[in-house]
Design a binder for this molecule. Structure first.
Ligand code: DCP
Ligand code: MG
Length: 354
């Protein structure tokens, strides 16, 4: 099954929001500063006009001012950026339910095979520009790794499509440091041992040799060099947790009563998991005593499940092990996290259609 994965990253995000709120800043070299706007602060981001002078994120303001004395410097306003980020993410979720937000201004999105992924990407870029007055770069590829790398090659206001089958050819001329995780230690070893500079050079190193040098990461590097990646989109639904809790009218001292409530809550949690098409690996018990001290204890299973009996068994065991029976219980709760999505219906249909 060929996937259609979009990687989207907003251009000079904080600076673009500042220009949106104050159009007089548009087209000017602008630095958004973290901490002190005077010399002790750091550059959070710079407009592309300021980047021409060598200013970049994480640079000290002193140096940034030396490189670009005419830059306008404004303090970062994180709350405002979060609001604009949320609008972007909501727009993406309108376009597909399979959205993975990776940072404040970056997300992956998967488009179902029966839709035109490139047309969807164009529409997203247009809507972000017209409805939210923000600028972004989007890459479309068959997996997350290639779409992420591709996106960075065409910034700002860029758009790029890597057709399925062209991944390795596209990556080959790029520096090996473009592979996420290939930091300076890895790069230095690759250079010293095999004279690797580009991703294409890396693809020519035998996999066994990479394995011997880097272990599991060696296999990752070999796959990455060939543009291979099958990591799934992790949606927000999968990162949340599901729980229920009960505050008692009167503090409870009897095990039977606690277990009765616990069983009921386990059933509720299992029902919600099933309804959301999720499975969980971790079961959590929460206890609050009469003096308001609260504790949570959890157990993590080998495999994800959505089974009421399993949840109940572990929740009861946690209660058995951790409830200090000398103390009355004011609140009891049970929850699950470490959630994974059961393959959605459209994905199953696609696999069967292949
Ligand atoms: N950010 C920060 N400190 C950093 C890097 C980034 O505070 N060291 C903030 C400011 C950026 C935002 O996160 O606007 C998004 O980070 P990006 O790396 O995506 O950078 P930009 O969006 O600013 O620019 P680009 O067009 O390169 O994506
Ligand atoms: Mg960005």
């Amino acid at each position: 099954m060929v996937r259609q994965i979009l990687h989207l990253d907003l251009d000079a995000f904080y600076a673009t929001v500042e220009m949106l709120l104050n159009p007089a800043l548009r087209g000017k070299p602008l630095i958004v500063a973290m901490g002190d706007v005077n010399t002790r602060g750091v550059v959070a981001t710079a407009s592309y006009e300021a980047r021409k002078f060598g200013v970049h994120s994480a640079m000290g303001l002193r140096e940034a001012k030396r490189l670009c004395p005419q830059a306008i410097i404004v303090p970062a306003r994180h709350k405002i950026y979060s609001e604009h980020s949320a609008r972007v993410m909501n727009l993406l979720r309108e376009m597909s339910p399979r959205v993975e937000q990776v940072s404040i201004d970056e997300a992956y999105l998967e488009i179902e095979a029966e839709r035109d992924g490139v047309a969807a990407a164009r529409e997203i870029q247009r809507r972000i520009h017209e409805e939210l007055q923000l600028s972004c770069t989007i890459a479309v590829a068959s997996n997350k790794l290639v779409s992420k790398i591709a996106c960075n090659t065409v910034k700002p206001r860029g758009f790029i499509v890597i057709p399925n089958g062209d991944e390795e050819k596209f990556l080959a001329p790029l520096p090996v440091g473009k592979i996420p995780g290939a930091g300076h230690v890895t790069r230095a070893k690759l250079k010293a041992k095999w004279n690797v500079e580009t991703i294409g050079d890396l693809a020519r190193v035998p996999i066994e040799e990479l394995r011997a040098e880097f272990g599991k990461n060696g296999a990752y590097l070999a796959d990455a060099a060939r543009g291979m990646d099958d990591s799934p989109i992790i949606t927000d639904r999968a990162t949340k947790s599901i729980s229920q809790e009960n505050t008692f009218d009167r503090d409870v001292r009897t095990r039977d009563v606690l277990e009765k409530y616990l069983d009921e809550m386990c059933a509720g949690v299992a029902r919600e998991l099933v309804a959301e098409e999720l499975k969980a690996r971790t079961i959590i018990l929460k206890l609050r005593y009469e003096d308001f001290t609260t504790m949570t204890r959890q157990v993590t299973l080998r495999a994800p499940m959505a089974d009421e009996t399993i949840i109940r068994k572990h929740a009861r065991e946690l209660l058995q092990q951790h409830w200090d029976t000398r103390r009355a219980v004011r609140l009891l709760g049970v929850g699950v996290h470490n959630l994974v999505e059961i393959e959605g219906t459209w994905q199953m249909e696609l696999q069967m259609g292949e």
